[in-house]
Design a protein around this ligand. Structure first.
Ligand code: ADP
Ligand code: ZN
Ligand code: ZN
Length: 745
């Protein structure tokens, strides 16, 4: 029996699906396929999540307008994955599907006009009085409930625009956004262009090293056995993890199955994606942010039809519509870019593990500096641990020296960005014709503009945060919302002219290096530079080719680059992250130090790393200097256990925001009431407290931190809290629920 009703997930920030009637004469929709439905005055594309003979409610039921797919668009596993995301992250189902289906180019969006009741009356009046003026002509084109695009409506009517505006103002017509299926012109065989220019030449596959061989054998054993398992491939920097991934994928293809590889970044580290293209040719679809919507959906369909059998991409590639997946690989699994900062706030790595579970596949998480969560699971038998303890060709890890900047000041009586040791190190590197990286993980020239008389700093007008001075642009810029202004000549609080730039960023490091080492070929790489399309990749290519001597930058230069000519890495300051009010500050510091140290000594010559710090005794810096994951892990795990943080506790951040302070306070009280009365299972609720950034993009922000050793209890409470705020008519946009937050700022 055909269903008469369907549940549809729509891309709106509401936690429900919506019921629609399937009118007679329309094709039968299917679960996992798309339909076009009316929603308010608009039409939207949604995904059918269920069919039914009876409606859930009969109130205000509307009809499906068009059935887009007669066969399920999504493989069953992805439908299940969407359900899991909706529950686990408390994300609106429609927004989850929006992330799952990058097919926006298949629909044309336009604005169309239609008559309102007043307009119908006016049309009748004009008709009765036989006045066939422009107004009449225009209204008549919409007669009988017709809709027209603005262009079609006004064509041939002089002074269109003004007349149209008047008709709208008087409430005779309304403009509604429309969505319509766009016909595809059969260019589907096209393959999206790659980002790379092809001089990252691919050599023949090397003979595996002993440790690589052993890791691969374990992986093949698990593939042979079949079924879900998770492996942590913990390999020091330069141990050749990529080669292991490549062989694992090869194995999957030989078994006639498919594979998924997530990487944190493609535009800046194209060498990794390039390797897979060179090995597997057009069986690979590379999903990167440089694709146009059209190219993205072309690649999506190549995967969906099984023409491409390997997906390589960033976070959202976890939703690649492959079937019969045998392996899901997440490279640099600790990378923060895997966590999406907007709804749905999913973690690509965790979603990858769940996908592997649903597929009955093998998940491989790779890293030199795994997250605390992952290493804890690997050391407690939930995951399997495979280690690559040495670099390929037995190259030694770089030697790291910590430079105590307190002693440096005592001895030189000078505040300088560079210690004597770092200056000497760079001199020697340049003299011997080698290359150096210089890292300072902060953009801009100066951290802030400070008044020495009253202590005020120049703040963003929309955020409670000091503006950062960018000298090249001559502006003070907010790193959170992008607001920019010219620096004031005097303090705007007290009028004093004693205002000074404090602290340094990558831009200042670059300029000082240029001044000290005239003649050296220097470039800077950070988000400011990489904003210009392909500029980042271009600089990296020049550096790899040896056309640059010094590369200055933020964590962008620490990513997985395989620089062969770098013999020196200088860390101007290791302290920036440590001072953040964030329980992951130590972890992030350790990871950054180890990753950047891992860029030195990858070629024939050994490497040296100099780390400047005011906290030489901090365990994150000591362990980073030793590149000893084990040491860091032991210490950090003890803190996490003591202070009830992940991996021992499930965490959620509930943030309330509103541009008006009274309203933000009101919604916060509503939630506080709810949490105060909650008598459920073991969840600790901390707060409310103003968020560390108390105002962001004009919104005042308050937060609750929820902790529980039981994931289920936490989810239950979050679900109840969301439902409660809905009943109290807290607007959906005022509440942000972040499950497993990476940052609490
Ligand atoms: P990781 O990701 O572990 O830091 P990479 O995968 O970047 O390491 O490999 C480091 C370097 O070693 C690369 O230049 C890679 O081509 C090379 N390499 C990997 N495996 C082998 C091998 N078996 N023999 C020789 N070179 C290898
Ligand atoms: Zn002042
Ligand atoms: Zn701002």
């Amino acid at each position: 029996m055909a269903a008469t009703y369907c549940e549809v997930a729509l891309p709106v920030p509401l936690p429900d699906t919506f019921t629609y009637r399937i009118p007679e004469g329309l094709a039968q929709p299917c679960v996992g396929g798309r339909v076009i439905v009316p929603f308010g005055a608009r039409k939207l594309v949604g995904v059918v999540t269920a069919l039914a003979a009876e409606p859930r409610t009969t109130k205000g039921l509307k009809d499906v307008v068009e059935v887009v797919d007669s066969e399920p668009l999504l493989p069953p596993v992805l439908l299940e994955l969407a359900r899991w995301m909706t529950e686990y992250y408390l994300a609106p189902p429609g927004e989850v599907f929006r992330s799952l289906l990058p097919l926006h180019d298949e629909f044309a969006r336009s604005e169309r006009a239609r008559l309102r009741p007043l307009g119908i009356e006016r049309l009748n009046e004009l008709e009765a009085s036989r006045s066939e003026n422009d107004e009449y002509q225009l209204l008549r084109r919409l007669e009988g409930g017709k809709t027209r695009t603005i262009g079609r409506l006004t064509s041939g009517v002089p002074d269109g625009p003004r007349l149209l505006a008047r008709l709208r103002r008087e409430g005779l017509i309304e403009i509604v956004p429309e969505v319509r299926r766009r016909a595809r012109e059969g260019k589907d065989e096209e393959v999206a262009p790659l980002l790379f220019e092809g001089d990252w030449a691919a050599a023949a596959p090397p003979v595996l090293t002993g440790p690589q061989q052993r890791a691969l054998e374990e992986i093949e054993g698990l593939l042979e056995r079949g079924g879900f398992a998770t492996v942590l491939l913990e390999g020091v920097t330069g141990s050749g993890k990529t080669e292991v991934y490549s062989r694992a994928i090869q194995s999957c293809l030989e078994r006639d199955r498919t594979a998924l590889l997530l990487v944190p970044e493609i535009a800046l580290t194209p060498a990794v994606a390039e390797l897979f293209v060179s090995r597997f040719g057009d069986r690979v679809a590379v999903l990167h942010s440089g694709l146009t919507p059209r190219e993205r959906s072309t690649e999506w369909w190549r995967l969906r039809r099984g023409e491409a059998r390997v997906a390589v991409g960033t976070r959202s590639a976890v939703f690649a519509p492959l079937e019969d997946v045998a392996v899901v690989i997440v490279d640099e699994e600790q990378d923060a870019s895997y966590k999406q900062a907007e709804t749905p706030r999913y973690h690509g790595r965790d979603t990858a593990v769940v996908r592997a579970k649903l597929e009955g596949a093998l998940a491989i998480l790779g890293s030199a500096t795994p997250s605390l969560e992952t290493s804890y699971y690997a050391r407690n038998a939930k995951y399997r641990l495979l280690q690559l303890e040495t670099r390929v060709a037995d190259r030694p890890l770089a030697e790291v020296r910590v430079v105590d900047m307190r002693a440096e000041f005592q001895e030189t009586k000078k505040v300088s960005l560079f210690s004597r040791a770092l200056v000497e190190g760079i001199e020697q590197t340049l003299a011997s014709g080698n290359q150096a990286l210089v890292l300072l993980n902060r953009r801009g020239y100066a951290n802030c503009l400070l008044c020495r008389k009253c202590g005020a700093t120049v703040q963003c007008k929309d955020c409670s945060i000091a503006l950062v001075y960018h000298r090249g642009r001559g502006r003070l810029i907010c790193h959170y919302c992008g607001f920019a202004r010219t620096p004031p000549k005097a303090c705007e609080k007290c009028g004093s002219e004693h205002i000074h730039y404090i602290g340094g960023g990558a831009e200042k490091v670059e300029l000082e290096l240029r001044a000290r080492f005239a003649g050296a070929r220097i470039a800077r790489l950070d988000r400011d530079v990489a904003q210009v399309a392909k500029r980042g990749a271009q600089i990296l290519r020049q550096f790899v080719r040896g056309e640059l001597d010094l590369l200055v930058g933020t964590q962008m230069i620490a990513k997985g680059h395989d620089f062969q000519g770098v013999t020196l890495v200088g860390v101007v300051s290791a302290d920036g992250i440590l001072s953040l009010p964030d329980f992951r500050a130590a972890e992030r510091t350790f990871q950054l130090l180890t990753q950047v140290a891992g860029r030195a000594g990858r070629g024939a010559l050994p490497g040296t790393v100099l780390v400047q710090t005011y906290y030489p005794d901090h365990y994150a810096i000591r362990a980073g200097a030793e590149q000893s994951f084990e040491k860091f892990y032991e210490q950090e795990l003890r803190f996490r256990r003591l202070l009830h943080y992940p991996p021992f506790t499930a965490l959620a951040n509930v943030l309330v925001r509103d541009p008006r302070l009274e309203r933000a306070v009101q919604w916060t009280r509503t939630l506080q009431d709810f949490f105060g009365r909650w008598r459920g299972a073991a969840v600790r609720v901390l707060g409310p407290a103003p968020a560390p950034i108390a105002r962001l993009r004009r919104n005042y922000r308050f937060q609750f931190l929820l902790k529980s050793p039981e994931r289920r209890a936490l989810q239950e409470l979050l679900g109840a809290a969301v439902a409660y705020t809905r009943e109290r008519e807290v607007p959906p946009g005022a509440l942000i629920v972040d499950v497993d937050p990476l940052s609490l700022i």
